[in-house]
Design a protein around this ligand. Structure first.
Ligand code: ZN
Length: 256
């Protein structure tokens, strides 16, 4: 049994990027810990009630569906896509890393997930996840650090399909995530897709498209099942300390 720590910026990042891997590791008997930096309150349009409380409740449901053994919420303010002076992205990464390293040590975690230096698509909180995770893994001497990503060529095909369906992708969308050559881990999560779908659906506030704005999560949940399986059956990671061209199929490849 190995403890694996999944570090994400906002509620629903775990659902989109690593939910299948989390459900798989949990089913295989490993301890799965989810650490989330913010409550994602900037990702919610104005409405009644407390957006942070709603998204935290959704996060708890998602974590339960995925078999997480522990959920740690670091409680930083969501910076939003444009950044904010007191948001998570403006915090001193070293101070945050000390907190994350405490959890890594306490759990004796052998694996930590992060994002690539650009945070996949440039969100300031996602770039901060990369900075913090890199420092924390060094502090706690965590042997395996995996950057959760998306195969860019797969993403480009998705964008093409989205354009055909009349959905306009954001500018620069074809320059995001990782090239196929960079990816070291392709994890087959097809047997755990029901859990992944349930985790995505738990984030109900992100699963609707208010005012014609199509959220990724909403669009993916609308896919017919065979397409959902095709689109979301693999999760991708980049591990920087293994030779380029390495092809692994399990996140804990050399430990199991
Ligand atoms: Zn996010």
């Amino acid at each position: 049994m190995v403890t694996c720590l999944f570090f994400h910026a906002h509620p629903d990042d775990e659902a989109l990027l690593t939910a299948g891997t989390m459900a798989r590791l949990s089913a295989e008997g490993h301890r799965v810990v989810l650490v989330v930096a913010t409550a994602g309150e900037a990702g919610l349009l104005a409405g009644g009630g407390d957006p942070g409380a709603l998204r935290r409740a959704e996060l708890r449901s998602s974590a339960a569906v995925l078999g997480c053994d522990r959920l740690v919420e670091l409680g930083y303010p969501d910076s939003g896509l444009l950044g904010s002076p007191d948001g998570f992205s403006s915090q001193d990464p070293y101070r945050v890393a000390l907190r994350l390293a405490d959890v890594l040590r306490e759990e004796n975690a052998r694996m930590l997930t992060s994002y690539d230096p650009n945070g996949g698509y440039g969100h300031p909180d996602h770039r901060q996840v990369h900075a913090v995770a890199t420092l924390a893994a060094r502090l706690a001497r965590t042997p395996i650090v995996l950057e959760a990503t998306v195969d860019r060529s797969w993403y480009a095909r998705g964008l093409k399909a989205a354009r055909l369906a009349g959905i306009k992708p954001p500018p620069g969308a074809d320059q995001v995530y990782s090239s196929r050559a960079e990816i070291t881990h392709r994890v087959d999560v097809r047997p755990w897709l029901a859990d992944k779908r349930a985790s995505m659906a738990a984030h109900a506030s992100q699963a609707s498209s208010p005012g014609g704005d199509t959220r990724t999560l909403a669009a993916l949940l609308r896919l017919p099942r065979p397409l959902f399986r095709l689109a979301l059956g693999t999760e991708w990671y980049v591990r920087r300390d293994v030779p380029a061209g390495t092809r692994m199929t399990h996140p804990l490849a050399e430990l199991c």
